[in-house]
Design a protein around this ligand. Structure first.
Ligand code: COA
Length: 173
């Protein structure tokens, strides 16, 4: 399969929003309320991604193959003041039907190279505690459990956990 990961452009906002909503619906089924997942609006996320791609706070990358964009990831400066971490993987989503083909690994590699360009030396990521599949992925990449905290998404009260890499050299691809 011909596939590549590249920096996202402004006109990728539509495709990123499509992947965002579809992947939330498949990955978070059973974790987030059905009504909440059904209510996610692609046009709302398209607008949010357009703003994010314009303000340049985050590095955003897309994975695409012949049929178009199948995944995206973003990262940048750590956002919540977590001690010991300056870099953060903000989001990574690969369409269910495209998972398990290395897109996730290549997207993480791209984010890590973006963090290096920003002179950030480490990385943290937050993931829902019950998202066992993404946790397995981060553990596979050498992420070390940091801590957990509550998070509200829509009307749901959940727990999220973080994984950290104290050095970007600790990523195990
Ligand atoms: C998590 C996600 C980004 C991984 O991307 P992917 O393209 O499926 O993963 P890759 O094919 O690049 O896998 C890279 C490596 O991780 C491993 N891996 C992937 N998922 C794994 C899991 N659940 N447990 C253990 N290892 C896993 C793969 O086996 C592969 O290692 P290998 O080559 O030694 O076999 C993707 O599955 C996804 O988008 N999931 C749904 C959305 C989500 O939960 N996002 C994270 C929100 S915090």
């Amino acid at each position: 399969m011909v596939s590549l990961v590249r920096s996202a452009q402004l006109d990728d906002a539509t495709a990123i929003a499509r992947v965002h909503v579809a992947t939330w619906r498949s990955a978070y089924r059973g974790l987030l309320p059905d009504e909440f997942l059904a209510s996610l609006s692609q046009s709302h996320y398209e607008e949010r991604w357009r703003r994010s791609l314009q303000d340049n706070q985050a590095r955003v990358y897309v994975a695409e193959h012949a049929e178009g964009v199948v995944g995206f990831a973003s990262g940048g400066r750590e956002r919540a003041g977590e001690s010991g971490y300056a870099g953060e993987l903000y989001a990574i989503y690969v369409l269910e039907e495209a998972q398990g083909h290395g897109h996730g690994r290549r997207l993480v590699q791209a984010v890590v190279s973006g963090l290096r360009e920003m002179r950030l030396a480490d990385m943290i990521v937050w993931v829902l505690r019950d998202n066992g599949s993404a946790r397995g992925f981060y553990e596979r990449l050498g992420g070390v459990y940091v801590r957990s905290q509550p998070i509200s998404i829509g009307s749901a009260q959940l727990e999220e956990v973080s994984y950290g890499w104290k050095s970007l050299d600790d990523l195990r691809y």
